[in-house]
Design a protein around this ligand. Sequence first.
Ligand code: KIV
Length: 261
Amino acid sequence: MGKTVKDFREAKGKRLVYLTAYDYPTARMAEAAGVDAVLVGDSLGMVVLGYPSTVPVTLEEMLHHTKAARRGAPNTFLVADLPYLTYATLDRALFAAERLLKEGGADAVKLEGGEEVAEVVQGLVRAGVPVLGHVGLTPQTASQLGGYRLQGKRPEEAERILKGALALEAAGAYGVVLEMVPASLAKEVTERLSVHTVGIGAGPHTDAQVLVFHDVVGLYGAFKPRFAKRYLEGERLIVEALGQYVKEVREGLFPGPEHSF
Ligand code: KIV
């Protein structure tokens, strides 16, 4: 039996580990590695579907991947992202959350934004939907923030991020992701919130950490964010293995007697 929303509500100060996963095999591996939560992030648009950003990701795509991830990690707390514009109104957010929880098997949803989404978060929470907030760099609206860059360096930006995180907590979010903010700001936000913070590119002081699966195992060759640590050169190793298969077929070495009936 995995963790429940109550465990995450009481996760302050515990060093919990979130990892994204997008399908049956990645979720299976995440669960086998013992992560506390799987996040079916809309980053799947970039690392799995090859879109240039997370903006094109649809609810149907999120649902498809959430179902597969749930089958791969049946015993792990699973959070699914609400895609861009599916929470522009409370009605739309309730519709999307209902599908991700009932059909997709998610335990919670995540959405991006601070004070401007607090009302929607409150409506979802009142309806019984566990919500994880997300401030700092918010990829769905990255172009409005000047691209994929550090947020909260300027005092007015830092103030906006802190106020946003506090508004999400007041609205009932069970935790808040802090993406690409200075470690000192993440520390301050973490100290000011009573719910847990989940850092990505936010330094060591947040309560929990999250990384993108493909960054951890080196499967997204296009780009490696500075804040991510590659624990495996996955793409290189897989291409080498596939190259060996191609070579052996061409040279008549595969299939051998042990692969034949
Ligand atoms: O979409 C995603 O994977 C995310 C994480 C990077 C936090 O939002």
